[in-house]
Design a protein around this ligand. Structure first.
Ligand code: FES
Length: 299
């Protein structure tokens, strides 16, 4: 069993559309966290275990930042918690850190972040920037009502101000109310077709984090171009120790179906080897129970 230590919420920022950012005291996690890793949160004693990829951390302050979208019973109730409340336990950092490679000045690392995929993308993009890589970050939101972090004095604005030309940020909304009209795949497709970005850089790799269906579409898009693509999968996990099998990801390696554990082999997995046809239906598997549970809690 992983260590579970009660952790106090020291700040809470409602972001948009049922999305909340928490700053939580978790000095042990903050001290050893690396980009791409996640924590397993137990909100209250008999609660569900929720995996959350770190949005940020501060080793000196001893805090970690988590962004939670209220969707199921647990996340909706978690988002009602206040500053001074404590989560019953946070275990981590868990999973493999992102693999970082140094690329040339004519290349760019492209991120496609869908909705609450942006918080987990943020530290990974920053790690690439710190390594000297050029980054193209495409962030997609449903509409302007779901936007967060995009203001000048918010995270993305500050990141852009700090890194200047080393970072290109492209926003897209499904309805065109902010940034481009379309999906994260709209600008990505253009880059792939032109074999480069509008600034003339070639895509070194694509990292996609967001709704599973979006990650699949990104994976299908890049595959014929042979562009390395990594998906960060942490949607269904229970023990996060490789024992329970809840996080199984079917992948094809040398023509053989192999099972990977998102919790210990991931959360990042080569998107092109994932058997998405077998993998995606898992996300619908608990819909009915979730709905019943929400109704029972009056949510
Ligand atoms: Fe149980 Fe990965 S979450 S094996």
């Amino acid at each position: 069993e992983l260590g579970q230590v009660a952790q106090t919420i020291v700040d809470k920022i409602p972001l948009a559309g049922g999305i909340v950012e928490f700053k939580v005291r978790a000095p042990m996690v903050a001290r050893s966290a690396k980009a791409g890793q996640f924590v397993r949160v137990l909100a209250w004693d008999d609660g569900e275990l929720i995996p959350l990829t770190l949005a940020d951390w501060d080793a000196e302050e001893g805090t970690i930042d988590l962004v939670i979208q209220g969707m199921g019973t647990s996340t909706l109730l978690m988002n009602k918690m206040a500053i001074g409340d404590a989560f019953a336990g946070i275990a981590g950092p868990l999973g493999q850190a992102s693999e970082l490679h140094k690329y040339g000045p004519d290349q760019t690392v492209v991120f496609t972040a869908g909705g609450v995929g942006l918080p987990p993308v943020y530290p990974i993009a920053r790690a690439h920037l710190e390594l000297g890589n050029h980054v193209t970050l495409i962030a997609g939101f449903r509409s302007k009502d779901f936007l967060f972090w995009t203001g000048e004095d918010e995270r993305m604005g500050k990141l852009k101000a700090k890194w200047g030309d080393q970072l290109d940020v492209i926003y897209a909304t499904n309805d065109g109310t902010f940034g481009l009209k379309g999906f994260v795949t709209t600008p990505l497709e253009e880059m792939l077709k032109n074999d480069k970005t509008s600034k003339g850089r070639r895509i070194a790799e694509v990292i996609t984090i967001g709704p599973p269906i979006m990650m699949r579409v990104v994976s299908d898009l890049t595959k014929p171009y042979g562009v390395k693509t990594v998906a960060s999968l942490n949607s269904i996990m229970v023990d996060a120790t490789g024992m329970c099998g809840a996080c199984m990801v079917p992948v094809m390696i040398d023509g053989k179906l192999v099972r990977k554990h998102a919790c210990i082999d991931g959360p990042e997995i080569d998107a092109h080897i994932i058997d998405w046809d077998k993998f995606l239906p898992r996300f619908g598997a608990f819909k009915t129970q979730e709905q019943r549970s929400k109704e029972a809690h009056g949510l």
